[in-house]
Design a protein around this ligand. Sequence first.
Ligand SMILES: [Zn+2]
Length: 440
Amino acid sequence: MSTEPKFWEPNIETMSLEEMKKLQLTRLKAQLKYVYERSPFYRKKFDEAGVKPEDLKTLEDLKKFPFTTKMDLRQYAYPHGGELRCVPLSETPYFHCTSGTTGKPTVMYYTRNDQEKWANVMARALYGTGIRKGDIMLNNYGYGLFTGGLGFHYGAIKIGATVIPWGVGRTEALIEALRDYKCTVITGTPSYDYFIGELIQKKGLDPEKELNLKIAVPGAETWTEEMRRRIEEWLGLKAHGGGARMMYGLTEMFGPGVATECEYQNGMHVWVDQYYAEIIDPDTGEPLEPGEQGELVLTNLVAEAMPLIRYRTRDITKLIYDPCECGRVAFPRMPGVLGRVDDAFSYKGTKIYPSAIAERIMKFNEVQEFQIVFDKTVMPYRLTVRIEVPPEKRSPALKEAILSEIDKAVFVRPELEFVDVGSLPRWEGKAKRVVTLEPK
Ligand SMILES: [Zn+2]
C-alpha cells in the first residue's frame, strides 16, 4: 500500500481507553446540561426522576438518569421535534424520519453542525471499511426519508469517492451498472446484496473477471457469517482484496454510522466518542457487565438539534472489549444485532429470538432462503421453519442436522419443511423472514 493514512481521524481513532473515558465524561456532562437547559421534555423528565446534570460525576452515574423510549419520541417529538428539540426549527435544515409502519414516524432534525458531524463519522466509518478517494460506490440504500441513502452519500463524498445514487430496485439494470461503471463499492441491506449475488450467479457472470467490486457495506438489518461468506463469494469481493463490512445505525442517532466493521471484520466498532453505549437487561433496565448480552442503550454526546439521553434501541447485542488488530482500542465492538426486543416470542416456555434460529440455518450450504412462521392461530402455538433446498439435496439426515443446530441455539425443535427453490420472497430492502400469524 501507499503512504495514505490508516485512519480518517488518527487523533480520535488511536485514543487509549483512558483518554476516551475522559473525553466521554466531558462530553456527557456538557450534553446533559445542554438538554436540561433547552429541552422541556428532558427538564421535566430529569426533575421527575430527581436528578440534575451535576449529579453526573463519573460515567457510571449515567444509570441514575431516566431512559428515553420510542414511545416518548412518538408522543413528544412528532412532528417538529416538539419538546425534545433544543434549537429553533429555523436552525434545523436537515430532516429524516422512520417509515412509521408501526405508529407515528420517529422524526429526526439536524442542525448544520449535526449534519457535518454525521457526514464526518460516516466518512470515518467508510474509510475504516477500506473506501478511498477514487472508489466508485453504487449506493443502493433508499434515498428520501430513510437515513440510509443520504447518510452513506454524505460520508462517501467527504472521502472523495464517486457516488452513484442508485437507490433501491431495478436489479437487472443495477448489475449492468456495476459492470459498466466498474464499481468498486456496493452498499445496501445484506438481503439485497444476497439477492444481487444470487442473480449474478444465475446470469453466469464471473464476478472476479467481469466486475470490480472490492467492498460491500451492508447494514440496516441482521445477517449471519454464512451470508457474509456467500456475499463475498458471489460479488467477487475477496478476489479483489476486500470483503463485506457491516454498518449499524438508527434514525434516532442521526442514521447509519453508529458502528462499523474495519477491514478485520470481527465486529462493528461503536463510535463511542459520538454515541455513549450501555448494555442493559431489557426486563429490569439494570446495566449489565461488559461482554454480557442485552439491550443496547445509546446517548448522544455531541448532538445539537435533538440529542437523546439513554435511548433504548430495542436491539439485543453485546460489547466486546478485546483489542482489535486495527488498533482502535477505545472503540468496543458489537457482533451485530443478535435480536430485537420486540421480535422475541415465547414458545413452549422459552423466549426465542428468531435471529438465533436464522444464524443456525444459514450455516447449511444446501439452504438458499428460509422463513420462520410463528402461528398463534392454533393451540398450542406452532413454530415452522420453511427452507428452500433443491430436491436432490433433501434428506432426513439434513433435516435432523438442521433441527439439532436450532435446538442447540434456542432449545426447541420447530417443524421443518423443505420448499422449492425460489418459492419464498426475496428482499430489496429489509428482509421479513419472520412471519407471525395472529388470531383474528
Ligand atoms: Zn478493528
